[in-house]
Design a binder for this molecule. Structure first.
Ligand SMILES: [Zn+2]
Length: 369
């Protein structure tokens, strides 16, 4: 394994190899991007390339003693810091600072990988900032973050930021087929749910979770015809499980994305036995000129299709952003029940109501109930 063996992150890997080629590797990196897209693998491969005893074409050889030790996690100059409990604590950063009294033992560089750097508690983040302000020689810091906006801006500004994109469905599906022995159809179905993340793909390999997706979609489909007397108790019941709520909102986002694909591009679910065509995007709302071949996560039911056909695409894009905002809100501890009420009301109104989303309904018959 080497930098060039990392799939789906060509731009990031090309950039890192250019730095190696120019011998212009900065003392601190911030690898940002969703979980499960190869940030840690790239950090490890960069550590190998930096310390390789016989580098080849600005990459590691994979055969020398340094490469072997790094691969086996036995290299004394690799430090991997992860959260202890919920956060990365000040003591962990203080312990790290003690190591700087010594030069790297074996390698040219000591490589410090900080996993989930957004979990640095404030005192730990301040200590980390001090290190980055006066970096010790021959140390390379690689901060990995899924939500770089949660880091201190002063830390971000001292790092060379490398963005990692969600992986293409084909790459995730190939991985599932190779590592999990899944059939191509099954692998593609899960890859779509995973939205570009190997970590999520692994998570969705569990049948119970696919059942969770179907349960959420069932609730959304039932919004049609749900009376006001049933609506609020349904949401209140849903909001009891905060643990699954973030995942449920991700399911809702995927479902709305499917509505957009269906409405704008006339997408269908992939026919059995055929390799599904390439998706437009897994991370953003699909472009308006989406390919007619773009495929859905799962087949939409007849009533949902009928409703989606009669809705203006702008309204579906609005819904998509509404769900994204709700997801952001939950990350900063928004009230779960109110969040779900807002999202479900917007879906009910947009798909099954008669009122305009941009204005307060003026007539009783325009209300979604
Ligand atoms: Zn090597």
């Amino acid at each position: 394994m080497a930098l060039t063996d990392i799939h789906g992150q060509q731009r990031a890997i090309r950039f890192l190899r250019q730095l190696l080629k120019k011998e212009a590797v900065p003392h601190a990196f911030l690898f940002s991007g969703m979980a499960g897209v190869g940030k840690f693998a790239a950090a490890m491969e960069l550590a190998k390339a930096l310390n390789c005893l016989s580098p080849q074409d600005y990459d590691s050889c994979g055969r020398c003693s340094s490469c072997h030790k790094l691969e086996e996690g036995l290299h004394p100059d690799l430090i991997h810091i992860t959260n202890e409990g919920v956060f990365i604590k000040l003591e962990q950063i203080r312990d790290l600072m003690k190591r700087f009294r010594f030069r790297p033992f074996e390698g040219k560089f000591r490589v410090v990988i900080i996993q989930d750097a957004q979990k640095l508690m404030e005192p730990a983040a301040n200590a980390m900032l001090k290190i980055l302000e006066e970096p010790p020689k021959a140390n390379i810091f690689i901060l990995l973050a899924t939500e770089s906006q949660m880091l201190l801006p002063t830390i971000v500004s001292r790092c060379c930021q490398v963005r990692f994109q969600p992986l293409a469905d084909e790459i995730v599906a190939e991985w599932l087929a190779r590592e999990g022995g899944l059939s191509p159809d099954h692998a593609y179905g899960i890859a779509r749910l995973a939205a570009g993340s190997i970590e999520k793909a692994r998570w969705f390999s569990d049948e119970d979770r696919v059942a969770g997706w179907k349960k959420v979609v069932g609730k959304l489909e039932n919004l049609d015809g749900l009376s006001i007397l049933d609506f609020f108790p349904m949401v209140s019941d849903w909001a009891k499980n905060r643990e699954s709520a973030e995942q449920d909102l991700e399911f809702i986002r995927l479902w709305v994305r499917d509505l957009i694909l269906f409405r704008v591009a006339g997408a269908k679910s992939s026919p059995q036995g055929q390799a599904p065509p390439k998706l437009v995007s897994t991370a953003r709302p699909p472009a308006r000129e989406a390919s007619p071949g773009a495929s859905l996560t799962f087949e939409l039911n007849g009533r949902t299709k009928e409703a989606a056909r009669s809705v203006a695409p702008e309204r579906l894009f609005f819904l998509y952003h509404n769900v994204e905002q709700a997801m952001q809100g939950l990350k900063v501890n928004a009230n779960l029940q109110m969040t779900l009420e807002s999202v479900c009301l917007a879906i009910k109104d947009s798909l099954y109501g008669k009122g305009g989303w941009h204005s307060f309904p003026k007539r009783r018959q325009d209300l979604p109930f």
